[in-house]
Design a protein. Structure first.
Length: 358
């Protein structure tokens, strides 16, 4: 029987993390009489034994708050943990020992990095349940959405609405760079919702000639401005992804960023039309979750706690349509979910004239 469960938030933060924590605590206490503790700052907090009790009082009022009351980090991996400058050690056994000292099982609220670590720890005997978090919506949990995504692309959509009027007034091309790592979900969704003319995503390498074809077509129809959404992981057919920096201790050390500037410069050179670029950056990760994300996060928190109480470990909670359907951690650890380039959403975008630069 599970008497006490531990929770941690790992990887980049996403709107809805607090809503999940709140739902876990409420369900644990009210439904199952299980105690909840939190490790601060992801796996770093486990290894540093940075623990806090989570009762209903601690989670009161946090539903609409962005970020995570537990703190997080996207750089500490217990399988390769930095113990001194340039020296890393496998501390996974110690990590499991510490978790078992404090709790009977662990809920990891994380993206592919933290959940892959969770999978490896589960292989070594840890009782784990995962909650799918990321603004990138790139977790391999079937067709289920990750919480945080709706808030992120709603914000990018609002940005496009604002850029629309200024681009139109100045007859400019405005390029909006959005996050998403190696998947174009944020760019595709925000681009369609925000009426973009061109959407560039990592799944479809683009050519400047094709983008210009679209801009010229708009000029013929007396549209003297254009909006281009570019995902940070997009690249030209003959180009590379643009890397902003490397975070050495991270399970994925590459941090993307900068393609927006490259696209804007090249388009200005090739078309003679004035271009501007806006990089949304971490604004996409902050702020209060949308109602959709609050509900999704709440459902995921409740479902994670249900699995714990039923002793069904090794799963990530996910929604199949309106039904909760857990996915094996092993599936999530296999790799990320990219945009389906043959999917209905992309074909719908093409049919209304959006160019993908191909
Ligand atoms: O995975 C979430 C995400 O925001 C990505 O979209 C982005 O590439 C990355 O994290 C940025 O990471 P950091 O917070 O380390 O800059």
């Amino acid at each position: 029987m599970v008497k006490r469960v531990a929770v941690l938030t790992g990887g980049g933060d996403a709107p809805g993390l607090n809503a999940v924590i709140r739902a876990i605590v409420k369900t644990a206490v009210r439904e199952y009489g299980i105690e909840v503790i939190g490790f601060r700052d992801g796996f770093k907090g486990v290894l540093e034994k940075h623990v806090t009790m989570l009762s209903e009082a601690e989670v009161s009022g946090i539903l609409p708050r962005g970020g995570t009351i537990l703190g997080t980090t996207n750089r500490d991996n217990p399988f390769s943990y930095q113990v001194a400058e340039g020296i890393s050690r496998d501390r996974s056994d110690e990590c499991i020992e510490i978790i078992h000292k404090y709790a009977d099982a662990l809920i990891i609220i994380g993206g592919d990095g933290s959940l892959s670590i969770g999978y490896e720890l589960a292989q070594k005997g840890l009782k784990v349940v995962g909650c799918p978090k990321t603004i990138d919506n790139d977790l391999a949990v079937g067709q289920a959405k990750t919480f945080g995504f709706d808030t992120a692309y709603a914000f990018a959509t609002e940005a496009l609405d604002r850029l629309h009027s200024t681009a139109e007034s100045h007859h400019r091309i405005i390029v909006l760079e959005v996050m998403g790592r190696y998947a174009g979900h944020i760019a595709l969704h925000a681009g369609i919702a925000g009426g973009a003319d061109v959407i560039l995503i990592p799944e479809i390498p683009f050519s400047f000639d094709k983008i210009i074809e679209k801009i010229d077509d708009r000029l013929i129809h007396n549209k003297r401005f254009s909006l281009v959404v570019v995902a940070e992981g997009a690249r030209a057919i003959d180009g590379e992804m643009v890397i902003n920096n490397y975070v050495t201790q991270s399970s994925d050390p590459i941090r993307l960023g900068g393609i927006g500037e490259v696209v804007a410069k090249e388009l200005e050179k090739l078309t003679g039309i004035e271009c501007r670029v806006t990089v949304l950056g971490h604004l996409q990760r902050g702020g209060s979750p949308t109602p959709y994300d609050r509900i999704l996060a709440t459902r995921y928190g409740v479902a994670a706690m249900d699995l714990i109480a039923q002793r069904q470990f090794g799963y990530v909670v996910a929604m199949d349509g309106d039904n909760l359907k857990p996915v094996a951690l092993a599936e999530v650890a296999k790799g990320i979910r990219k945009v389906d380039v043959k999917g209905d959403l992309l074909s719908c975008a093409r049919k209304i004239g959006i160019s993908f630069g191909d």
